[in-house]
Design a protein around this ligand. Structure first.
Ligand SMILES: Cc1ncc(COP(=O)(O)O)c(C=O)c1O
Length: 384
């Protein structure tokens, strides 16, 4: 049986070859574009009061996480305890989990990694506060906590400022926990295409977070961290003088979804695919929804050489096939490669074991997407 290590070893044999030589579908990152995006975001953040703690769920890679830290990030954000473990185990030692971590196995893992670096977790319930506190006490570590407040997304978070204060007071009194402040993620504003509406909605969401911060101050609770924000609201939430950090992440890769929302960043993540069938202007590639994220929006073909076909009211993206409409006069044929920009980056990355790292057409390295193995094993041991 082959292992993750075998995959990586086999893939390394392709270092030095070109994109066109990759077996497809293959996930490719354009390293110069990643570097440009990191520098662009760092430059934009310089003018804002908030710091950047980029969301690592987008890439699930310790190498890219380290590059973000080198570019000035204050730490990393994760969505899962397993992403946090992968980052901490790799020595990236200031991780904030912007999500609820509930259940005994996950809480025990949270307590373990809190012994290896600074770990902060969002909490919205008394159940979770007590569970996480008990786990920390059991192994003698200390977990930093921020209270999550719902600022309009209606996903998680306490539903009122009063509830936030009450939970903050409880957390403050529990052993093994240090209360640091608040998280209010305005995810319902992030994808609003109309910038004026996005600003209006995000400002209203931020006001709820600031109200909670005021109430924390009045109650004598810590407001060291007042967090929120994503890529779509980086310059709205990040400009709020009360917000200490934002969690934008998609800027590192861009995808079809974010490209039109926040201009000025380069497409750094693509899926290399091979044309396996051609009939007139129709070309079908060996890449479908099992190898490219299509949340909310279809992939786009890089370079305008083709576009994803629209049929029967939806984009023609099957499990292992995507139908393309070739540009007129195209001589692309069976065996040729095209590069697809994912509709959504994070759900694309999660489908792969490795990145092929490219500079121009040349593959210069192979990086594992290790954090997904943590989530696959649920902390119960290595996958073979
Ligand atoms: C809690 C949280 N914070 C921040 C983000 C920011 O991600 P992005 O950069 O894609 O907007 C997300 C994305 O889903 C999120 O769920």
């Amino acid at each position: 049986m082959s292992t993750v290590r075998d995959h990586l070893g086999n893939a390394r044999a392709l270092i030095g070859s070109t994109r066109a030589a990759l077996p497809t579908p293959a996930l490719v990152i354009d390293l110069p574009a990643v570097r440009r995006n990191l520098a662009e975001m760092a430059a934009r953040m310089e003018g804002l009061p908030a710091a950047l703690r980029p969301h690592a769920k987008i890439h699930k890679s310790q190498v890219l996480g380290q590059m973000q830290l080198d570019a000035g990030a204050i730490g990393l954000t994760t969505a899962t305890i397993w992403e946090a473990s992968a980052m901490i185990d790799a020595g990236l030692a200031d991780i904030l989990i912007a999500n609820q971590v509930v259940g005994p196995v996950k809480s025990a893992e949270l307590a373990r990694i809190a012994g290896l670096g600074r770990v902060t977790v969002a909490i919205e319930s008394e159940h979770s506060a007590r569970e996480v506190s008990a786990a920390a006490v059991h192994v003698g570590t200390n977990i930093h906590v921020i209270v999550e407040i719902d600022v309009g997304l209606h996903r998680s978070g306490v539903r009122s400022v009063e509830a936030a204060v009450a939970l903050g007071q409880l957390i403050d009194s529990l052993p093994g926990l240090t209360l640091d402040g608040l998280l209010g993620y305005e995810g319902h504003c992030m994808l609003e295409p109309d910038r004026a509406v996005r600003i209006e909605k995000a400002t209203a969401a931020n006001a709820i977070l600031v109200d909670a911060a005021d109430a924390f101050v009045q109650a004598g609770l810590s407001t060291e961290i007042i967090a929120g924000g994503g890529f779509g609201t980086w310059d709205i939430t990040g400009a709020n003088p009360r917000v200490t950090e934002i969690h934008a992440g998609s800027y590192i890769f861009m995808d079809a979804f974010h490209r039109n929302l926040v201009p000025g960043f380069d497409v750094a993540l693509t899926v290399e695919a091979t044309i396996i069938s051609r009939d007139g202007s129709l070309a079908v590639v060996d890449c479908g929804r099992k190898s490219i994220g299509i949340d909310r929006i279809a992939p786009e073909v890089v370079g305008g050489v083709a576009s994803v076909r629209f049929e029967h009211g939806e984009h023609f993206v099957h499990e292992e096939h995507t139908a393309l409409e070739l540009a007129s006069g195209s001589d692309l044929d069976v065996g040729d490669h095209v590069a697809l920009m994912p509709g959504y980056g994070p759900t694309t990355v999660n489908l792969y074991d490795i990145y092929f790292v490219a500079e121009g057409e040349t593959i210069i390295d192979v990086w594992p997407i290790l954090a997904r193995y943590g989530s696959a094993t649920c902390g119960l041991g290595p996958v073979r």
